[in-house]
Design a protein around this ligand. Structure first.
Ligand SMILES: [Zn+2]
Length: 417
């Protein structure tokens, strides 16, 4: 019963529930999925049942698996973690609300660790969660029952569950390696989202996480081909990475430049839908409302993937900005942003408001010049076509390579802080 109590599951579950509690996982790598499916667990479908009084989430599995089910708050979520589950769910599921659950998603959270995240509309209790053995023609099933509760009870359960997990593990401060002065500048490319967090999605189902990964891989190739840079990627497959870890990665690598790559979605009914690339830098105050909204959306990535958000809020940006090193970092970030805009302006693929700023968490390394590039809008049919075209990808990667060249040609970019 220990596990049950840890998970905040009702103790009156009976024998079936005793079998529960494990970890559910699925790799989102397309390649390894088939191989894994041979002996691993496959999640084939999932659905919601019930109403606001009791909402049931059911996932069909190829066989039984251990899952770890727990609540998270702010926003309200249920997290289901497991190992070695590959998701082969029908595309497009999880977008419709039913009962207490407003949406759900799934994917790789970290290597060897898969995750399902249920978004819940208000305070709730995990009344039951268990995994059933396959029986007759029924597959193995993961079942989670949610019931509504008041905020106070929810918070109490949340604390219980957090204690059981040992609390959020703080990241160790990055160890920055010493490098010879004449070493090649290090560029860190950061394809946004990944795994359980798909990012934006076009109406045709094109996923931001896939578009940006493809682009980053090509850009890396082109940068390496110049022979002038050492290049690292925060992710090179369909794995999720929390924003803080992306920042820490750049610091650990002693990056001279950090480029986070995204593709925006801006739903609008107007004919002249926003299009083209936009370059963002970090700022305490957003340059405009759209930039603020976009930063909020991008910063939500951790919440989407079920990462427990730190208590610190956006005031941190304000504090960091006071720091002198950060001011220098900011100057260089703007310099690099201008370099990209300069290159892209010549190719005519820029958004009307090409250079903007807001409080992006992923740009917060105090000692690494950081820029976020939105390649284009998945909400714009023309952009979508470009974003998925190899010819366009090539041209765009050439432009960004030229922008990086342009930046590092400046003496200030190469001088120490
Ligand atoms: Zn994004």
């Amino acid at each position: 019963m220990r596990v049950l109590r840890l998970l905040g599951v009702s103790a009156s579950l009976g024998a079936v529930a005793l079998l529960l509690a494990g970890v559910f996982c699925a790799p989102a790598h397309a390649k390894s999925d088939n191989a894994r499916a041979q002996d691993g667990v496959v999640a084939k479908d999932a659905r919601l049942a019930g109403d606001r009084e009791r909402t049931r989430f059911i996932a069909d599995l190829s066989k039984k698996v251990d899952v770890h089910v727990y609540p998270l708050g702010n926003p309200y979520r249920v997290i289901v973690d497991a190992a070695d589950v590959s998701f082969q769910m029908p595309r497009g599921i999880g977008t419709k609300q039913r009962g207490l659950v407003t949406a759900f998603r799934y994917g790789l959270f970290a290597p060897g660790k898969s995750r399902i995240v249920l978004d819940v509309g208000g305070p709730f209790l995990i009344d039951k969660s268990f995994v059933l053995e396959p029986r007759d023609d029924q597959p193995a099933r993961l079942v989670i029952d949610l019931v509504p509760t008041d905020e106070k009870t929810f918070q109490a359960k949340l604390n219980e569950a957090r204690e059981a997990r040992g609390g959020a593990v703080p990241l160790p401060p990055p160890q920055v390696p010493a490098r010879p002065a004449n070493a090649k500048p290090i560029v860190v490319l950061d394809p946004g989202h990944g795994g359980v967090d798909p990012g934006a999605k076009s109406t045709n189902g094109v996923l931001e996480k896939e578009v940006v990964l493809k682009f980053a891989k090509l850009l890396k190739e082109k940068l390496l081909a110049t022979g002038r840079y050492e290049v690292h990627m925060t992710r090179d497959d369909d794995t999720f990475l929390p924003l803080k870890q992306r920042v820490a990665f750049a610091q650990e690598k002693a990056a001279g430049l950090f480029l986070s790559i995204h593709a925006d979605y801006f739903p609008t009914e107007i004919d002249n839908k926003p299009h083209g690339a936009t370059v963002y830098t970090l700022s305490e105050q957003a340059s405009d409302e759209e930039a603020r909204a976009l930063a909020a959306k991008e910063n939500f990535s951790d919440a989407i993937a079920g990462v427990e958000l730190p208590e610190e809020s956006d005031e941190v940006v304000a504090n960091i900005l006071i720091d002198l090193a950060q001011r220098e970092t900011k100057n260089r970030s703007v310099l690099f942003a201008r370099s990209i805009v300069g290159e892209l302006a010549a190719k005519g693929t820029l958004h009307d408001r090409r250079m903007r700023s807001a409080g992006f968490r992923v740009l917060k390394a105090p000692d690494v010049p950081s820029v976020l590039l939105e390649l284009g809008f998945l909400s714009n049919a023309h952009d979508e076509k470009q974003l998925t075209s190899e010819a366009w990808r090539n041209r765009m990667a050439d432009s960004v390579t030229a922008a990086i060249d342009g930046y590092f040609k400046k003496r200030v970019a190469r001088s120490p802080f």
